[in-house]
Design a binder for this molecule. Structure first.
Ligand SMILES: *[C@@H]1O[C@H](CO)[C@@H](O)[C@H](O)[C@H]1NC(C)=O
Length: 220
């Protein structure tokens, strides 16, 4: 019991010792407390008894987003197109690049508000419709067509099959869940129409002949 108390005491003392040595806007170096550099700047020269810390700005394509006692800035994250990423916010001295998914991609792994890996939205198969379009963070949601309806996979809902009979047409191909039904003029109608046309032509020709004939009769 005594040992536990002793250990606890030492630990808490140690803890206090470490964190109370320098104030929170200072860092410890060579057993001395130096003022930290503000975000966007790194330490060029540590402070001495006579001088304060010398800070210099991060060079291009590097950053530090916290007050620090670091001698170098961190390299800016690169948004890799092969990971489905693009730049949402460019890197500044005091903030890292923020990557987001490319158009048509969704993020599957995020770190510190920046996307690290994105995948392409799934496509729906024929016979399915797009129930929910994909977003920056979610994949496409597909659902199957049911009943007398179809979708080629790119529709946002399944469309009802064309009813050939209701249009007075014959069905040549029944619809499936991925294709519409196909209609054609019923043969009976086609025959009637052709007979009518032929009859009309014959009547016209007959009229012309008769007319010519009577003209000739008149002359002679
Ligand atoms: C589905 O049909 C639409 C319009 O009919 C067409 O624009 C699209 O390219 C088709 N998609 C596929 C995957 O066949």
């Amino acid at each position: 019991m005594f040992v536990i108390i002793l250990i606890t005491l030492i630990f808490s003392l140690h803890y206090e010792f470490c964190f109370c040595q320098c104030s929170h806007a200072e860092y410890e170096i060579h057993e001395q407390c130096c003022p930290m550099c503000v975000p966007g700047y790194h330490v060029h020269l540590h402070c001495t008894d006579d001088t304060t810390t010398t800070c210099v700005p991060c060079t291009p394509l590097t950053f530090i987003d916290e007050a620090n006692g670091l001698t170098r800035c961190f390299p800016c994250t690169v948004c890799d197109a092969y990971q489905g990423l693009r730049v949402n916010k460019v890197c500044t001295r005091s903030s890292d690049t923020v990557c987001g998914p490319q158009k048509g991609f969704y993020c599957i792994y995020k770190k510190k508000g920046s996307c690290r890996l994105a995948l392409q939205h799934s496509e729906c198969s024929p016979g399915q419709y797009i129930k929910q379009a994909g977003t920056d963070s979610t994949d496409t949601v597909c659902a199957d067509c049911t009943g007398d309806s179809y979708s080629n996979g790119s529709f946002s809902s399944c469309l009802p099959h064309t009813k050939c009979e209701a249009l007075g047409l014959a069905e040549t191909n029944p619809g499936t869940h991925s294709s519409d039904s196909e209609c054609r003029d019923p043969p009976a109608v086609a025959v009637i129409v052709s007979v009518l046309i032929v009859t009309l032509i014959l009547i016209t020709v007959a009229c012309v002949l008769i007319f010519k004939h009577s003209e000739e009769n008149t002359i002679f």
